[in-house]
Design a protein around this ligand. Structure first.
Ligand SMILES: C[S@@+](CC[C@H](N)C(=O)[O-])C[C@H]1O[C@@H](n2cnc3c(N)ncnc32)[C@H](O)[C@@H]1O
Length: 221
């Protein structure tokens, strides 16, 4: 029964991925995103990021870390609704394979730093960056808890898949952020973890491969 449930879930996500590709198709005519997606397709058509991430953390840290991705259409909506501007310096923390980092950067024209612990993801993203000759994006292989966030004007934090311990440590670290820095979190706001130095500018529902989720835009006060 459990096996059948998994097969059904897999099927559902595959159908949603196809629909997502249809929705984003017109955007390929508006922004140079097709090359990005073709590179990602070539690298990952036979490799599963969920498995790569799970294996890495099991082997290196003996813990379970859940991979998850943002729909490209949701990334497009973030750029328009937050908004992300060309003068922004965006940190995509826990950027995974980096596809969404490229989407955010190319649509907005911002400068973007993608931070990720899994070496295989970072190496591939750096290769794609070199192929595209994109000078406004960088990928660094680093623990997000050991990062210097001084340059950031906006942080995208897919917080849904991080432990309470990591979130509390990040909140402590982000106390040193300058006034006005914006942070976008998924599933919960930082105030639910006791952070007091932010105002919530807006929150709304966004579609992710696993369902609808509330996202919160904070501003450091
Ligand atoms: C949910 S995925 C997010 C993917 C991407 N942000 C997106 O929206 O498509 C979370 C990522 O964070 C990475 N990660 C987990 N702990 C980390 C840490 N301490 N430092 C840097 N990256 C980390 C994982 O390897 C994983 O790729």
């Amino acid at each position: 029964m459990r096996y059948l449930g998994l097969v059904f879930l897999n099927l559902k996500i595959s159908v949603l991925r196809i629909l997502q590709q249809i929705f984003i198709f017109p955007l390929y005519f508006k922004h140079p995103l097709l090359k990005v997606d073709l590179h990602y397709f070539c690298y990952y058509w036979n490799k599963n990021p969920y498995r790569i991430c799970r294996k890495y953390f099991q082997k290196k840290e003996n813990k379970e870390v859940l991979y998850g991705d943002t729909w490209p259409m949701s990334a497009y909506q973030f750029v328009k609704s937050l908004p992300i501007r060309s003068e922004d310096i965006v940190y995509d923390v826990g950027c995974g394979i980096g596809r969404i980092s490229f989407w955010l950067q190319i649509i907005s024209g911002c400068s973007l730093i993608g931070v990720e612990k899994v070496p295989a993801f970072v190496q591939r993203a750096q290769k794609i960056k070199r192929k595209l000759k994109n000078k406004k994006i960088e990928f660094v292989e680093k623990d997000l808890l050991n990062l210097d966030y001084r340059k950031a004007s906006l942080i995208y934090f897919y917080s849904s898949s991080f432990s309470d311990e990591t979130i509390l440590k990040l909140i402590e670290k982000w106390k040193r952020l300058k006034k006005g820095v914006r942070i976008l979190t998924t599933s919960f706001s930082l105030s639910e973890y006791g952070a007091k130095d932010y105002k919530i500018v807006k929150s709304y529902r966004v579609s992710f491969p696993w369902g609808l989720c509330e996202v919160y835009l904070h501003e450091k006060i």
